[in-house]
Ligand binder design. Structure first.
Ligand code: SAM
Length: 282
């Protein structure tokens, strides 16, 4: 793999900050991530933001196929040329915004659920997580590189100041495993923050499911939207269409003291609360 610096210069290109372009410098690091992802020859990888192909080729050597999505039109010819030169004909490049991609259509075309990988552009990381949660019927698991703080936030539990909306929604449907940290000097250009690789294994079944996942998302949004308020106050309002007395009653009926705050509730308590609201207060 030619170094990103040299490749970009040769093609008269520059890393674009607005697209979160921080390219992996060291092929050995890409190999390490692919190794820790436990890829198998049957897997089909959907890669988010292939860039210059560092992770793409590390994954391609281990799986049946890589569908590599890249939004930057000016970068795609370079990526295709690199893949052609390396003989990586099991890689299909799609020039598109991942947020607009129909994941179901990709999985259907491959006839199996996908393994999603990527060194994510930081500005869309949270949106990607939400999209994967919503698309998990077609996604078996994901191995993704995040800003270190976001990776920690996704894994945080109740009682932690960083525990929030995405931690609850993701932990509800997936088991998480932090695989490794990566220092900023592993990238060109060097970002201001360190990164971490997180494995997200979507659960095959959920022991205590919510009756309505969209409702749970709104309960969690309302609760953390005003995280310093008591839950009784945070939950009352237009988002859930509950007045203060009904919010208190729903909390009490779920075995939750109405003066607690969102960051103290476990995922299971959010599930109970959502089900109480769906069953008795709508
Ligand atoms: N995978 C490469 C690597 O590890 O060196 C590049 C990673 S770089 C952090 C993120 C890549 O995502 C860039 O190539 C960028 O152009 C691309 N990208 C940014 N926004 C995107 C989007 N909405 N959809 C698809 N790709 C995107």
């Amino acid at each position: 793999m030619t170094s990103p610096n040299i490749l970009l210069k040769a093609w008269n290109l520059h890393a674009r900050k607005e697209l979160g372009q921080n390219f992996l410098i060291n092929p050995a690091v890409a190999e390490q991530i692919a190794l820790r992802a436990h890829l198998t020859p049957k897997d089909v990888v959907l890669e988010i933001g292939a860039g210059l192909g560092a992770l793409t080729t590390a994954a391609a050597g281990r799986v049946a196929k890589v569908v590599a999505v890249e939004k930057d039109r000016s970068l795609v010819p370079l990526l295709r040329a690199e893949l052609l030169a390396g003989g990586w004909d099991q890689v299909q490049v799609i020039e598109q915004d991942i947020l607009a991609l129909d994941i179901k259509a990709v999985a259907d075309a491959q006839g199996r659920r996908l393994v999603v990988m990527g060194n994510l552009p930081y500005n869309i990381s949270s949106q990607v997580v939400v999209k994967l949660i919503e698309s998990r019927q077609w996604v078996e698991r994901a191995v993704l590189m995040f800003q270190k703080e976001l990776a920690r936030r996704l894994c945080a539990g109740p009682g932690s100041r960083t525990y929030g909306r995405l931690s609850v929604m993701l932990q509800y449907c997936a088991d998480l495993n932090l695989l490794q940290d990566l220092r900023a000097d592993q990238f060109h250009p060097r970002p201001k923050v360190d990164s971490a690789v997180l494995a997200i294994q979507f659960k095959s079944s959920i022991a205590h499911p919510v009756a309505d996942e969209k409702k749970m998302a709104r309960v969690v949004q309302a609760a953390f939207g005003q995280r310093r308020k008591t839950l009784r106050n945070a939950l009352s309002g237009a988002l859930l269409n509950l007045d203060s007395a009904s919010a208190a009653a729903a909390l009490e009926q779920s075995g939750i003291d109405p003066v607690r705050r969102a960051e103290t509730l476990s995922v299971a308590e959010f599930v109970n609360l959502t089900n109480t609201i769906v069953n008795f207060f709508q």
